[in-house]
Design a protein around this ligand. Structure first.
Ligand SMILES: *[C@@H]1O[C@H](CO)[C@@H](O)[C@H](O)[C@H]1NC(C)=O
Ligand SMILES: *[C@@H]1O[C@H](CO)[C@@H](O)[C@H](O)[C@H]1NC(C)=O
Ligand SMILES: *[C@@H]1O[C@H](CO)[C@@H](O)[C@H](O)[C@H]1NC(C)=O
Ligand SMILES: *[C@@H]1O[C@H](CO)[C@@H](O)[C@H](O)[C@H]1NC(C)=O
Ligand SMILES: *[C@@H]1O[C@H](CO)[C@@H](O)[C@H](O)[C@H]1NC(C)=O
Ligand SMILES: *[C@@H]1O[C@H](CO)[C@@H](O)[C@H](O)[C@H]1NC(C)=O
Ligand SMILES: *[C@@H]1O[C@H](CO)[C@@H](O)[C@H](O)[C@H]1NC(C)=O
Ligand SMILES: *[C@@H]1O[C@H](CO)[C@@H](O)[C@H](O)[C@H]1NC(C)=O
Ligand SMILES: *[C@@H]1O[C@H](CO)[C@@H](O)[C@H](O)[C@H]1NC(C)=O
Ligand SMILES: *[C@@H]1O[C@H](CO)[C@@H](O)[C@H](O)[C@H]1NC(C)=O
Ligand SMILES: *[C@@H]1O[C@H](CO)[C@@H](O)[C@H](O)[C@H]1NC(C)=O
Length: 720
């Protein structure tokens, strides 16, 4: 159906025109088609050019069934002709095509649009296509095209308007002569290749229509050419993830047509000059994150009335926030994290920013309290103010944030945790709450009646030196996946209801004063017994996407960390049921008895730390079955006998076993034969494997998809 309709787009007028969806008109067109259809039978020479293209492919998938010699090529899959039977449009997107792009396509003299995106085509891009005087739109993105680009001396009548060669394997310089010859170019997308050299300074010369330039994800270096100031129609410039240096040229700010400036992850220096910034009144996105900018955000930013996204994160910017920021009424995203901004956040009246969804001020030097005006931003989804010098008690105004899912306030100097939890628990939307590193030396509140935190999946109240017990209200948080209460002064036992938290798979209660036996219910945690990871469907802040890609293989491992407490008793043999456990840490406690054989069935285990207890008996040889185990520590116990030699054991350093005078092995200084000579090995083999690597292995094991969500939790928790 569609195929027969489409020629009409071109029949009225030899250019692509979106047909309005007016039924009456359609009827007229169908009638017209009916009368005119015999005309659109394919031209002989076009047919042979297309067959030439087919010849260049060695994997053609479905094409060969419809692309038959001696049939009307206007009816072939992906082909559109005009009424004369001239091929005008080829669209073979994501067809699994492999092979080369044949130069014969250059012989299609009426071809306007060629879209071969998303195949596995390799080799170069034939110069015949670049020289074509008919092709206006060329999209070969997402293929495996490679090699250097052709230098074209003169293509006086290149018709090319849109050229997308992104996401291929092109290398080398992009020849400026080729660029210069494309006078009609409006959009050039070269992103995600391996182009090198400087950004061609002549990119806009004689190109009055040039509007979109995407150079991101390449290896461009050098300065941003001041000649960009001549690009009088430029609307989008993206060159993130390159090696660009120098300052933002003043000339760039004369291009008042700019709507989108994106240079993240380069080495840009200098400041945002007040006299420049305000000139770009049409700017919608300004992304200069991950550079080396310094200085303040100028007050003239308030003149950018259309601004929606402001990314200045991970620079060295300083000073107070300009009050005029509140004039940018369309702002949805502000990321200022990891800079040296200071002063009171309340310099900005956030009440006016009613579209704000993401505000990230993490790791700066902001002081004062959380400005009440933030609580007017009722569309706010993520608020991260961690690692600043904010103080005060949380205000109940925060409950006005009816969309808030992520709240990170960790590592400030907030006080009154009783108050904070009372307020925050009323939120029905919060999925992640990180408030660690505050409320120093307060007491963990308990409540007789507790309702709330219905959707909380991750709770971090760590590093607060809180007194008190593990509170019973935690039992109500049925959606909890991660719980971090480490580095407090909590005392008392692990409550037996712990296994009622069906989804909990990451529990860190290390570095507290917890006592009692390890309850058997902890060995019955449903999410740790099953290696099936439940898919957490959370909508994450989109602005984190670049980081997510960067950390795409790291995740939150299934973990129990009970280290450095005052637990007594034995390691329950039931531990063998926690099949999914990846990290298990019982170090620095007062556990006695033997290491249960059943630990040998925890085949996903990567980290096992039982050091600094009073464990006795032999090391179970079943531990040789733990093939993923990469970090193992049983030092400073009272174990005896021979160290197993199979499995991963040969890879562990002697320090894993030290402080057990009765242990022996050929590699330990204490050989099994001579029981008397037992100097404790102090060899440290620097075999430290970073947490992230474990997480990576975990990621590969379970698939990144599932971990995508856990990962964000990980980032928020560990980096607050
Ligand atoms: C293009 O057409 C010309 C003339 O018909 C022919 O000589 C040439 O071989 C064709 N080129 C390709 C690459 O098919
Ligand atoms: C090519 O086709 C893909 C898939 O339909 C589309 O996303 C892309 O925008 C097209 N390219 C151009 C330049 O229109
Ligand atoms: C390629 O880039 C062009 C111009 O930027 C754009 O219109 C087109 O949609 C892109 N194609 C794909 C598949 O993203
Ligand atoms: C360039 O192409 C990539 C696909 O490789 C696409 O994601 C991106 O949006 C395009 N850039 C522009 C500015 O259209
Ligand atoms: C870069 O190209 C590769 C291969 O086509 C693709 O998998 C990847 O998603 C692209 N990256 C970006 C940022 O577009
Ligand atoms: C920007 O434009 C103004 C007037 O249009 C001109 O005076 C000035 O020299 C230009 N600045 C730069 C850096 O090109
Ligand atoms: C960051 O800026 C401060 C001044 O605000 C300066 O003292 C410091 O050297 C800068 N750091 C870097 C790494 O450029
Ligand atoms: C902040 O903006 C709101 C809404 O525009 C306004 O009502 C309020 O008076 C402003 N507050 C200050 C301190 O300027
Ligand atoms: C934190 O706040 C408390 C009480 O307001 C104050 O006594 C203390 O000095 C503050 N600590 C820091 C490091 O600012
Ligand atoms: C802490 O908050 C609680 C509950 O809002 C309140 O009753 C108490 O007075 C507050 N304590 C201090 C020291 O402000
Ligand atoms: C286990 O926990 C203790 C106490 O927090 C810590 O010192 C140790 O490094 C942890 N072990 C591993 C392997 O991470």
């Amino acid at each position: 159906m569609e195929k027969t309709m489409q020629p009409l787009q071109y029949s009225c007028n030899n250019r692509k025109i979106e047909m309005p969806h007016i039924p009456l008109l359609s009827v007229a067109l169908v009638l017209f088609l009916f009368l005119a259809s015999p005309a659109s039978s394919c031209k002989e020479e076009d047919s042979s050019s297309l067959l030439g293209f087919l010849d260049g492919l060695f994997r053609v998938s479905g094409l060969s069934t419809s692309w038959q010699k001696d049939t009307n090529c206007c009816l072939w899959e992906g082909i559109i002709c005009n009424v004369d039977g001239t091929v005008t449009n080829i669209s073979l997107v994501s067809m699994g095509l492999e092979g080369h792009i044949s130069p014969s396509l250059g012989n299609l003299t009426g071809l306007l649009k060629l879209n071969l995106s998303g195949n596995s085509l390799s080799g170069g891009l034939p110069r015949e296509l670049l020289l074509s005087s008919s092709i206006t739109v060329l999209d070969v993105s997402f293929n495996k095209l490679n090699g250097e680009f052709h230098e074209l001396q003169s293509t006086p009548d290149s018709a090319m308007k849109v050229m997308n060669i992104s996401s291929n394997l092109f290398t080398g310089y992009f020849p400026s002569t080729t660029l210069e010859s494309m006078r009609n170019l409006a959009a050039l997308n070269m992103s995600n290749n391996s182009f090198t050299g400087e950004i061609p300074s002549t990119i806009c010369v004689d190109k009055p229509l040039f509007a979109v330039l995407d150079l991101s994800y390449n290896q461009f270096h050098g300065r941003i050419p001041p000649e960009l100031g001549n690009c009088s129609s430029l609307a989008v410039i993206k060159a993130g993830q390159n090696q660009l240096s120098g300052t933002l040229p003043a000339e760039l700010f004369n291009v008042t047509s700019l709507e989108h400036i994106s240079f993240p992850n380069n080495h840009l220096q200098g400041t945002l000059a007040p006299e420049h910034v305000g000139k770009l009144g049409d700017l919608i996105i300004l992304d200069l994150g991950w550079n080396r900018l310094n200085g303040k955000i100028p007050n003239s930013i308030g003149q950018l009335k259309r601004l929606e996204e402001l990314h200045l994160d991970n620079n060295n910017m300083s000073g107070e926030l300009p009050p005029a920021l509140s004039n940018c009424l369309n702002l949805t995203t502000i990321t200022l994290n990891d800079n040296n901004f200071q002063g009171d956040l309340s310099h900005v009246n956030f009440s006016t920013l009613s579209n704000l969804k993401f505000l990230d001020c993490r790791s700066n030097k902001f002081t004062g309290t959380v400005p009440e005006s933030i609580y007017s931003c009722s569309n706010l989804i993520a608020l991260r103010l961690s690692y600043n010098n904010l103080h005060g008690q949380l205000s109940s105004g925060i409950n006005n944030l009816k969309s808030l899912r992520f709240l990170a306030l960790s590592h400030n100097n907030f006080t009154n945790i009783t108050n904070a939890l009372q307020i925050l628990s009323k939120s029905r939307t919060l999925t992640l709450l990180a408030i660690g590193g505050n409320f120093k030396h307060e007491t963990m509140p308990d409540y007789d009646k507790f309702y709330g935190f219905e959707n909380l999946m991750c709770l971090a109240i760590n590093q607060c030196s809180l007194y008190g017990n593990l509170p019973n209200w935690l039992a109500k948080l049925k959606n909890l996946r991660g719980l971090l209460l480490d580095n407090n002064k909590l005392s008392g036992p692990i409550p037996t209801w712990i296994n009622s938290l069906d989804h909990l798979f990451y529990l860190d209660i290390s570095n507290n004063n917890l006592t009692g036996d390890i309850p058997t219910t902890l060995m019955e945690m449903p999410a740790l017994m099953s290696t099936h990871s439940d898919l957490i469907i959370l909508k994450f802040p989109i602005y984190l996407a670049p980081f997510l890609q960067y950390r795409a293989t790291s995740g939150l491992p299934k973990m129990l960390n009970l280290g450095n407490n005052k637990f007594t008793g034995v390691i329950p043999p039931k531990v063998g049921e926690l099949q999914a456990l990846v990290t298990f840490n019982l170090s620095f406690n007062n556990l006695h008895g033997e290491i249960p054989q059943s630990i040998g069935s925890l085949t996903n285990l990567q980290v096992l730390d039982l050091s600094y207890n009073s464990l006795t008996g032999a090391i179970p040889s079943a531990l040789e079955r733990l093939h993923f185990l990469s970090k193992f520590n049983i030092s400073s116990n009272d174990l005896e006998g021979a160290v197993p030699t199979g499995g991963q054991f040969s890879t562990f350093p002697d320090s894993s076993f030290s402080g057990n005078p009765k242990l022996c092995s050929p590699t330990l200084m204490h050989h099994c034969a001579s029981a008397d000579a037992a100097p404790v090995s102090t060899i440290s083999t620097g075999q430290y494997i970073d947490k992230v690597i474990f997480a990576m292995a975990f990621g590969m094991f379970f698939g990144v998809g599932v971990l995508y969500d856990q990962m964000v939790l990980y980032r928020y928790i560990n980096f607050g």
